[in-house]
Ligand binder design. Structure first.
Ligand SMILES: [Zn+2]
Ligand SMILES: [Zn+2]
Length: 387
């Protein structure tokens, strides 16, 4: 296996860090202990410059190579967990009720720490490797907060790279593609105001449940009838709240859901159609409706040159057979999109093997992937900082 020998050794250490982080998950920007742990490790490794509190609770470490070059590349990991009750039963399972590392950000943090340690020991590059540990990836736009806090300018970052584990992709494999790799994840909220009343007298009411159900049905037509079939869109209604008991027709109903797209024109179309469909159906029944549509983050769009650099580093680690450079894009969102808007870069998927899916209460990051991820980061930094 063309893993860095040292990375294989580091894998054991990274496993311990990962288990510690996994047992102590923190949510969104509240990653205080995680950030402190990261900063302490970076100090221990001899990282040249450590800055905390970027984007509220983000941590950045700068590792200087040999030579005079001032070139810098950014390597990014996310640190936050999810509000979910863990059911893995693993010895390192969450000790915080209702919080869990169900997206593998514990593994991402451990891999980047492993790479930072190796890069500090070897310094086999010319320039600066900037390791970025961000908070609030899970819906808090932590990446944007760090960018707005001057991340790129303060550290002179010229290119930026991200990585996420993918359950179902074989262990030791990587997947990447030029252009959109992760979707723009938007949210919508529909509130229907009708006229409540006795369930035995429906003719005296404006039934928000019947209207809501019709709207749910109508929204299904966006993907099947409105979107160009060769362009992807997901419209999922995920919440429908109304009513208090069996014999009252509720005055108000609330729907909400998510829209996922890879294309700005499809995204605009989906928003416009949600508004039209909700307004049209409500009007047809004499109800009032409000629609709120929130754009979370843009499409995570890989830049062509940096995609090639990332694929090359991955091929160096695992060989061509295990690197798919035309991987299917995901409809999940990723706030690394904001970093890719600020600087050219690329986001790569790393195989997590046959594990439970992301955001599932039985999910656990695969420790066997740590060595591959560490090796990838090290190779990428060394290759991009050799000129
Ligand atoms: Zn996630
Ligand atoms: Zn994630």
């Amino acid at each position: 296996m063309p893993l860095l020998n040292r990375a294989a050794e580091l894998q054991n250490e990274a496993r311990e860090w990962r288990h510690h982080l996994h047992a102590h998950p923190e949510i969104l920007y509240e990653v205080h202990n995680t950030a402190a742990f990261v900063a302490e490790k970076l100090k221990e490794f001899g990282v040249d410059e450590i800055v905390t509190g970027i984007g509220r609770t983000g941590v950045v470490g700068v590792i200087k190579g040999r030579g005079e070059s001032d070139r810098a590349i950014g390597l990014r990991a996310d640190m936050d967990a999810l509000p979910l009750e863990e059911i893995t039963g693993k010895p390192w399972a969450s000790k915080s009720p209702g919080k869990m590392h169900a997206c593998g950000h514990d593994g991402h943090t451990a891999m980047l720490l492993g790479a930072a340690k190796h890069l500090c020991e070897t310094r086999n590059f010319n320039g600066r490797a900037v390791v970025i540990f961000q908070p609030a990836e899970e819906g808090g736009a932590g990446a944007r907060a760090m960018v707005e806090d001057g991340l790129m300018e303060r550290f002179g970052i010229e290119e930026v790279y991200g990585m996420h584990n993918m359950p179902g992709m074989p262990l030791g494999s990587f997947g990447i593609r030029n252009g959109g790799i992760m979707a723009a994840p938007d949210k919508f909220f529909v509130t229907i105001n009708g006229r409540g009343g006795h369930a035995a007298e429906p003719h005296m009411t404006i039934d928000t449940i019947a209207i809501g159900a019709e709207i749910v049905g109508g929204l299904q037509l966006i993907a099947s009838r409105n979107a160009n079939p060769v362009r992807s869109v997901v419209v999922s209604v995920t919440q429908f709240h109304a009513g208090t008991t069996h014999n009252i027709i509720p005055e108000i109903a609330h729907l909400s859901g998510t829209v996922r797209t890879h294309d700005e024109s499809v995204r605009n179309m989906a928003e416009a159609r949600i508004r039209q469909i909700a307004a049209g159906i409500a009007a047809a029944h004499g109800a009032e409706v409000t629609v709120e549509y929130e754009r979370a983050c843009p499409v995570t769009s890989n830049h062509p040159t940096e995609t090639r650099h990332a694929a090359k580093a991955a091929i160096d680690v695992v060989g061509e057979q295990l690197v798919n450079d035309d991987v299917d894009p995901s409809m999940a969102g990723e706030d690394f999109a904001f970093m890719l808007q600020a600087r050219p870069g690329a986001y790569i998927m790393i195989g997590n093997g046959d594990t439970a899916g992301l955001h599932n209460p039985a999910y656990d990051f695969n420790d066997e992937a740590l060595g591959y991820g560490i090796s990838y980061w090290v190779r990428l930094a060394e290759q991009r900082l050799t000129e």
